[in-house]
Design a protein around this ligand. Structure first.
Ligand SMILES: *[C@@H]1O[C@H](CO)[C@@H](O)[C@H](O)[C@H]1NC(C)=O
Ligand SMILES: *[C@@H]1O[C@H](CO)[C@@H](O)[C@H](O)[C@H]1NC(C)=O
Ligand SMILES: *[C@@H]1O[C@H](CO)[C@@H](O)[C@H](O)[C@H]1NC(C)=O
Length: 490
């Protein structure tokens, strides 16, 4: 749907769907023009997992508080992100306004269907006892809550449920089972494709599941049992939380060449579901991996991008921004960390136009290999029996057939407010809120990389002076001062 200039001028807006994204071979692409879509984003969970409120009257999740989302979407938009990953969601909360905020900012969502609450995740210590109809009912409710938002492009069926050798032997069949259930449910109850995949722990160390375990899991989840293309228990994508590039590491010392070698022949997209090592501790992260991830030929060909961990600074110290009032996650002002400014500079140095112009029809597609225990390198430690995938629990069949009931199925809103009251400070503590006005992308454009925004961004950046109204301000006009501020920093 095209957004009319007249409507923009009077401050009303019409929700427009971002372009549909699908998968071909090992890349995501825009269905409309066949161009590759590279993931460039971050993990979004202000307050960390501890802040996920699962009981009481003020239960909330990261997408249930619009005032928080407006503030953060403005910051994330100016960084140039095109995806956020959100963990820990309550299906029964209202997410319409938050998701509309991110949609209108040109940002897609990748969502975890699991949460830390009992019965809403597979317990990695005991997968068997936690894969049951009650668990699946919640998973399907999350799908119902979010499938109606066209900017939701993927669900993570699981995150890091294999950390050691025991879990590597026992848990892979459950990941395939949940993947299958989700894919079948979406096929039956959604009118569009939404990708389903898994986010793995980087278990390449010997203290983890062993050297070969990530490759084994990729093989395990990416193969096709009968050799068929649309095997329902085969993951649509494989993601890994990789923190092996730290500080001033180089390409050679980062462990990345090994990843390229291991995954060069991948039949499905692989991306970094988390990255951004924070060692050496206490120093701003330089994010030198960005130049490699989005600049090196072999990386661009093999991988589909990545998500930086994470938006806010929490106890484990992986933040890009700090909340000045930790007790008021929603109302707090935001201070950009040096990490944010560094990441922004790194993104700015990438040739995004080159990536944009890659067409999926010219790429080499590797068909899914047929599953076989021979493909599992560390057989003594890792599941290799593909007949062990548990069946859908019989009590969950009715959910699959009829759909689960949920009163608040999500829907993008036709109009919304773009103003926020909180302040944004740069890393020196100077207020820079004005430079971070939330911009509505016209014509449902995807949020662009900072270096591209100057040309052809939202509105061309000239027809509106009212950043303070609920009207879009041109992206170019917003980005220019941010760039100037960054340049001044150098
Ligand atoms: C990251 O920030 C620190 C502190 O401002 C700075 O010394 C360093 O040069 C920055 N790194 C990059 C790659 O911009
Ligand atoms: C393909 O479409 C997407 C979504 O509209 C757009 O962002 C991208 O720039 C287009 N690619 C090219 C090469 O025009
Ligand atoms: C922060 O202050 C330092 C020292 O005055 C200055 O060099 C730098 O440009 C400032 N950073 C920003 C983001 O304004």
């Amino acid at each position: 749907m095209r957004l009319s200039t007249a409507l923009v001028a009077i401050g009303a807006t019409v929700a427009s769907a971002l372009p549909q994204i699908e998968i071909k071979g090992n890349q995501f692409y825009f269905t409309g023009n066949g161009s590759e879509f590279k993931i460039r984003g971050l993990a979004y969970q202000p307050g960390g997992q501890q802040a996920f409120k699962s009981d009481g009257n003020d239960r909330f999740d990261p997408l249930s508080r619009p005032d928080q989302c407006r503030r953060d979407a403005a910051v994330i938009q100016s960084l140039g992100a095109n995806v956020i990953r959100v963990y820990n969601l309550h299906a029964d909360l209202n997410h319409d306004e938050c998701v509309t905020v991110f949609n209108n900012a040109g940002i897609y969502l990748m969502l975890d269907v699991n949460s830390p609450v009992v019965n809403t995740h597979i317990n990695k210590e005991n997968a068997k006892s936690t894969y049951h109809h009650g668990y699946l009912e919640n998973v399907f409710k999350v799908v119902e809550a979010f499938k109606g938002y066209s900017n939701v492009i993927a669900f993570f069926a699981g995150n890091e449920i294999i950390d050691d050798k025991k879990q590597a032997r026992e848990n892979p069949p459950y990941i395939r089972a949940v993947t299958r259930d989700l894919k079948q449910y979406i096929k039956k109850h959604s009118d569009r494709f939404i990708a389903v995949g898994y986010a793995a722990t980087d278990t390449r160390s010997e203290s983890g599941a062993g050297r070969d375990s990530v490759v084994d899991l990729w093989n395990y989840l990416g193969c096709s049992i009968e050799g068929e293309q649309d095997d329902m228990s085969r993951a649509d994508f494989f993601a890994v939380n990789i923190y092996s590039w730290c500080g001033d590491a180089t390409w050679e010392s980062s462990g990345y060449p090994e990843l390229v070698k291991n995954f060069a022949e991948t039949s499905l997209p692989i991306f970094w579901s988390e990255h951004g090592c924070n060692k050496p501790e206490g120093e701003p992260r330089p994010f030198n991996e960005i130049a490699a991830m989005y600049g090196r030929e072999e990386m661009i060909k093999t991988f589909a991008g990545g998500l930086v961990f994470e938006y806010t600074q929490e106890e484990n110290k992986y933040g890009l921004v700090t909340l000045s009032d930790k007790k008021d996650i929603m109302g707090s002002n935001v201070k950009l960390m040096k990490d944010f400014e560094n990441l922004s500079k790194q993104y700015d140095g990438v040739d995004w136009n080159k990536i944009k112009n890659i067409k999926t029809d010219s790429m080499k597609v590797v068909p899914p290999p047929k599953c076989s225990s021979d493909m599992i390198l560390g057989k003594s430690n890792f599941a290799s029996d593909f007949s062990a995938i548990p069946k859908l629990p019989s009590q969950a069949q009715k959910f699959m057939d009829d759909g689960v009931s949920l009163n608040n199925k999500g829907k993008l809103l036709d109009s919304m407010d773009y103003k926020f009251k909180q302040k944004i400070m740069d890393s020196n503590g100077s207020e820079v809120t004005k430079q971070f006005a939330l911009v509505e992308m016209p014509d449902a454009k995807v949020n662009d990389a900072p270096s591209n925004k100057g040309s052809g961004g939202a509105n061309g950046g000239k027809d509106d002076k009212s950043a303070a109204s609920s009207v879009a301000l041109g992206a170019a006009a917003v980005v220019a001062p941010v760039m100037a501020a960054l340049a001044a920093m150098l």
